[in-house]
Write a protein that binds this ligand. Structure first.
Ligand code: HEM
Length: 182
C-alpha cells in the first residue's frame, strides 16, 4: 500500500499518481538498485583479489622463483608471499560469501538461476580447499620454516601447488556458470 495513504488526513483526497508517491517509489527502487550494485561490486572486488592472486602466484611468482632462486631463498620468498596473501584470501572469502548469499536470498534460492546455484556450490568447494591448504600444508610449511628445515618447507609448498591449480580452475568454472547458465 502507498505509504502516503496511511496518513488519515491525506487518504481521502489521495490520488494514485500523486507526486509524493511517485517520488517515494522511485527513491526506494533507486536505493535497492544502489544496494545491489554495491553488493555485486564487493563480490567482484573479492573474487578478483582471490583469482588474481592465484593467477599471479601460478603464472608469475612461482615460475620466476624456480628460474632465479635456490633453497633457502626460493621457499623463503614463496612462503613470505603467501603469509601476506592468505589474510587477503580470508577477507575475500568472507566478502564473497556474505555478498553472494545476500544477492541470492533477495531472489530466493528457489527462484535463483541454475548458474547461481552452481556458483554457490563451486564457491563452497573452493573455500573448503583453501581451508585445507591453510590448515594442512601451509601450517606444516610455517612450522618447518621456524625450524629452518628448508627441504621440508619446499615439500609442503609443492603439496599446495596442485590444490591452488584446482581452485583457480574451479573459480573460472564458477564464473562461466554464472554468466552462461541461466
Ligand atoms: C560461495 C558462494 C557464492 C555465492 C553465494 C555467489 C553468488 C553470486 C550471485 C547471486 C551472483 C549474481 C549477482 C547478480 O548478477 O546480481 C554472483 C555473481 C558473480 N560471482 Fe558469485 N557467488 C559465490 C562465489 C563466487 C566465487 C568463488 C567467485 C569467483 C571465483 C564468484 C564470482 C562471481 C562473479 C565474477 C560474478 C559476476 C557475474 C556477472 O557479472 O553477472 N562468486 N555470485
Amino acid at each position: 500500500m502507498c505509504p502516503v495513504k496511511l496518513l488519515p488526513h491525506v487518504a481521502r483526497t489521495h490520488r494514485n499518481d500523486c507526486s509524493i508517491c511517485v517520488y517515494l517509489i522511485k527513491w526506494l527502487i533507486l536505493q535497492e538498485k544502489l544496494m545491489n550494485a554495491l553488493l555485486v561490486f564487493l563480490h567482484l572486488v573479492a573474487a578478483v583479489t582471490w583469482m588474481g592472486g592465484m593467477g599471479f602466484i601460478l603464472f608469475a611468482m612461482r615460475p620466476a622463483a624456480f628460474a632465479t632462486l635456490q633453497a633457502p631463498a626460493r621457499p623463503q620468498l614463496i612462503l613470505s608471499s603467501l603469509q601476506r596473501f592468505f589474510p587477503l584470501v580470508w577477507i575475500s572469502i568472507a566478502a564473497i560469501l556474505i555478498s553472494g548469499l545476500i544477492l541470492m536470498l533477495q531472489v530466493g534460492f528457489a527462484h535463483a538461476p541454475i548458474g547461481w546455484h552452481v556458483m554457490f556450490g563451486i564457491g563452497l568447494v573452493m573455500m573448503a580447499v583453501f581451508a585445507h591448504i591453510f590448515f594442512a600444508p601451509y601450517r606444516r610449511a610455517r612450522r618447518a620454516a621456524a625450524a629452518q628445515d628448508w627441504p621440508a618447507v619446499g615439500q609442503s609448498l609443492e603439496k599446495m601447488h596442485p590444490l591452488v591449480v584446482l581452485n583457480f580452475t574451479l573459480g573460472w568454472i564458477a564464473i562461466a556458470a554464472v554468466l552462461f547458465w541461466h
